[in-house]
Design a protein around this ligand. Sequence first.
Ligand code: URA
Length: 448
Amino acid sequence: MSRLNPVDLITKKRDGGEHTPEELHFLVQGMVDGSIPDYQLAAWAMAVYFQGMSDAEATQLTLAMANSGDTLDLRGALATGALAPGALIVDKHSSGGVGDKTTLAVGPIVAACGLPVGKMSGRGLSFSGGTIDKLESISGWSPDLSEERFRQQLQEIGLVIAGQTADLAPADKHLYALRDVTGTVPSLPLIAASIMSKKLAAGADAIVLDVKCGRGAFMENLDDARALARLMVAIGDGAGRKVTALITGMEQPLGNAVGNALEVQEAIETLHGRGPTDFQELVERVCAEMVLLGDPACGDLGAAQKRVREAIASGAALEKLVAFVAAQGGNPDEIRHPERLPRAPIARSLLAETAGFVHAIDAREIGLTVVELGGGRKRKGDAIDFGVGVVCQTKVGDRTTAGGALCTVYAADEASASIAVSRLRGAWRIADGPTAPLPVILDRITGD
Ligand code: URA
């Protein structure tokens, strides 16, 4: 019998105490085996929300959560000699945002640079889409792979994207569901432990974090995004993994397209080197950071960036996407001919009423509109309409003319197109004077 008891741990944290690793393991064990009731876990989460955690505590909590279920052995999945001496397996994680289709382009590029990418990805959540939903707009593509298939595809193609298994970090699954209904989601140590526990369990040696910041993201201001990034880098260090965090802008949608198949098309354009400027810049930077972390022979960021651009220009990255899609049952013709991907039948443009400059675009409102059009779920298990969405013809800093298109809505019918267009009118703020385009990369935080 453990001499620890939940009430003592709740009061200790309530009064600002620091947990020992043993106490944190006890709490995580209790989450997984059900021996600590939800009301006590919820009270403890609220105590953490108010009192915070030291970096050492957050690291121990993360490690205990990462080890609460299955862990992947990506290195063991590769044959001897498949990795160059000293090379690391690198993963990426984005905290999620509107129009964030980064994984769809980054995975193939990094794999084409010779670094294996084996990823677990999620589905959409609220206003923010999910990689698995986007990939499922390619007919036949499936995220369900046996461990053996995962291993084989990682070895043969160097790129696998699978759905999150229920047994990966089950403590997070339990705690996240409780936080969701007890007002304790916005606790930095709990967010950091939640994200990093899944990343550590997923088996990469090194991780590039894309922490989104702005109205279309989870962290709305730069100070909070920096604090979260610093904590996740510290947790990675404590767990013996290399982590680089980029803080990137999410005031307006990323790229132009929001909506599942529309975003796959935009990712394909980006692999041709013709993506929207902000998205192309972010993709190339995330890839370069991954190559820099993963390949000790790469040199500096400039050299990594050159390698990334070569993988795009040579067509190798696009071919990697084709091979990956085919390996997971998808129709590769839809990658070579993206016009064959699903597209909703009604296209309706939102027109500017006045000439001027775009000063703001409310990304969250666009994300919610796409959910309303049927591109996301309102309830767990809802079916998704892959062909609906919004394509922005203007971004912050662009000049508008009276009657010019600000964006185009793709909808299943006339009625939902009209509702979406009137809703989106409030999402664009147009004013007289010019304003600068928004920066993409706001900061970079490393463990050094
Ligand atoms: N994403 C996660 O996985 N967990 C959080 O707590 C927040 C965002």
